[in-house]
Design a protein around this ligand. Structure first.
Ligand code: LHQ
Length: 263
């Protein structure tokens, strides 16, 4: 079935996933979440995809949960939020972290609630100078979700994460860059060009090596030194058996640029 709420296109090794409900700032309802999950599954299984670029259509990246999804006649419906989160956001975050290919998030405007934390689950966040990040949950009496309480304190430290999550104030792209929350800030007019070129650069690299590096970084978030050293040794063995490792060494010795094939 064709996607209704996102657009997906793969060119030059990059799968571009665009959240496409601009009239509600690309906020998530269950159907859009299911489409994002399917796109990420296909990114994992398609060898032609060597990097993913996630962004939003229109003036926002994503305003988090579509707050109209659960309401009728102005009264909150008795929805099981726990079940909803387990079915929608959690599998997306798990899929992004488990995908052994780099995921770049181009934050083109406001990223609020689950939208902010979706961005933080990606490997690289490149934001427009006009973008902002809002841990909006507190404003509606909720707790942060979509992995925010895992990634944000690790990115910016507990003190700043606490303030962002307990105050729900807008954090500008420049502030986010300054505190280590994101990778880069771009001029608004050049965001998609720069983020696209960056994703294509990643897609031209030694994909298995990048994927195994991501597995190591994931493990480092929770592991101890001994376990991490052992995992490095194991995965270096695997990386050392790839065609791209042989190509990288040959290119170095022959003083030429490597031509990686992603295997
Ligand atoms: C929206 C939304 C939106 C619907 C803007 N929904 N329409 C998990 C599980 C279970 C339950 C709940 O939550 C979660 C996780 C979460 O993500 S909780 C956090 C949910 N998100 C928010 O609380 C953010 C709500 N949005 C805002 O605070 C503002 O819209 C921001 C600061 C993002 C942008 O402000 P503005 O630039 O001033 O835009 P706006 O407010 O005028 O919005 C434009 C339109 O988009 C507007 O519709 P309208 O028909 O008036 O043009 C909004 O109603 C709609 N919209 N966010 N989350």
């Amino acid at each position: 079935m064709p996607d209704q709420f996102i657009s997906v296109e793969t060119t030059r090794g990059v799968m571009r996933i665009t959240l496409n409900r601009p009239e509600v700032l690309n906020s998530f309802h269950s159907l859009m979440a299911a489409e994002v999950q399917a796109a990420l599954r296909s990114a994992g299984s398609d060898p032609a995809v060597r990097a993913v670029l996630l962004t939003g259509a229109g003036r926002a990246f994503c305003a988090g949960q579509d707050l109209a999804e659960f309401r009728s006649d102005g009264a909150p419906q008795p929805v099981d939020f726990s079940a909803h989160i387990r079915k929608t956001y959690n599998p997306i975050v798990q899929a992004i972290r488990a995908l052994e290919k780099p995921v770049v998030c181009a934050v083109n405007g406001v990223a609020a609630g689950a939208g902010a934390n979706l961005a933080l689950a990606c490997d690289f966040v490149i934001a427009s100078g006009t973008a902002s990040f809002i841990q909006a949950f507190v404003k509606i009496g909720l707790v942060p979700d979509t992995g925010g309480t895992f990634f944000l304190p690790r990115l910016v430290g507990l003190a700043r994460a606490t303030a962002m999550m307990m105050l729900g104030e807008k954090v500008t792209a420049e502030e986010a860059l300054a505190c280590g929350m994101i990778y880069r800030v771009c001029e608004p007019t050049s965001l998609m060009q720069e983020a696209g070129a960056f994703a294509e650069l990643l897609a031209s690299q030694a994909t298995r090596g990048l994927g195994l590096t991501k597995r190591l970084l994931n493990a480092s978030l929770a592991g101890d030194l001994g376990t991490q050293l052992e995992l490095e040794a194991e995965l270096q063995g695997e990386a050392g058996r790839t065609a791209d490792h042989a190509e990288g060494v040959a290119a170095f010795l022959q003083k030429r640029a490597p031509a990686f094939v992603g295997r």
